[in-house]
Design a protein. Structure first.
Length: 190
């Protein structure tokens, strides 16, 4: 897996289903990224650096909210909150919720060996790099860490595929619920 595979996805994704936002021409320069790395005392893995410096850095891919309305305060299954992928970035003008600096500031002091790079929907867990450049899923509530055995691009493309699986599941369940509601309405009329 590579940046080229991600670029191929971006060329062909379904714009009727997904909204995509990325750094574009606001991507940081090599020197700006290096200054940022120096300020946090961490050099990012090469694949993440490559993506961050490209127009696809600071990527947000989300299912359109008219197809998958955002869950409110009602009880929903956890997967129903995973309607997007948010790859944090440092581009000029990056929104706060996608800003890597903001994510770093939210880490508790005891987790100083992690650097978050991705979140999914409104899930609290973060995907991070540890000091050895391993991919780690970190839970802020428990501090639990789960090692992800994949390359960065492999992981990212896997998560994009899983987002599509969740979207299809959401659409199937919404269709089923709609059919059940129509059936109940018809039986009340008779």
């Amino acid at each position: 897996m590579s940046l080229r595979d991600l670029q191929e996805f971006v060329k062909n994704y379904n714009i009727a289903v997904y909204r995509l936002m990325a750094s574009g021409r606001s991507a940081p320069s090599e020197s700006r990224l290096e200054q940022f790395e120096e300020s946090i005392g961490f050099r990012f893995p090469d694949e993440f650096r490559e993506l961050t410096l490209s127009p696809l850095g600071g990527l947000c891919l989300q299912v359109c909210d008219d197809l998958w309305p955002r869950p409110g305060s009602t009880e929903v299954e956890e997967w129903q909150r995973l309607y997007s992928l948010n790859l944090f970035g440092i581009a000029a003008g990056v929104p706060e919720w996608l800003d890597l600096r903001e994510e770093l500031a939210l880490l508790p002091p005891e987790e100083s060996d992690l650097v978050p790079f991705l979140s999914r929907g409104c899930e609290k867990e973060r995907y991070c790099f540890d000091l050895d450049h391993q991919l780690v899923r970190w839970c802020p509530a428990t501090g639990r860490r789960e090692l992800i055995k994949n390359s960065f691009y492999g992981f990212l493309l896997h998560e994009i595929a899983e987002l599509e699986v969740r979207r299809q599941r959401y659409m199937d369940e919404a269709l089923t619920a709609s059919k059940k509601a129509r059936k109940r309405t018809r039986s009340k009329v008779c």
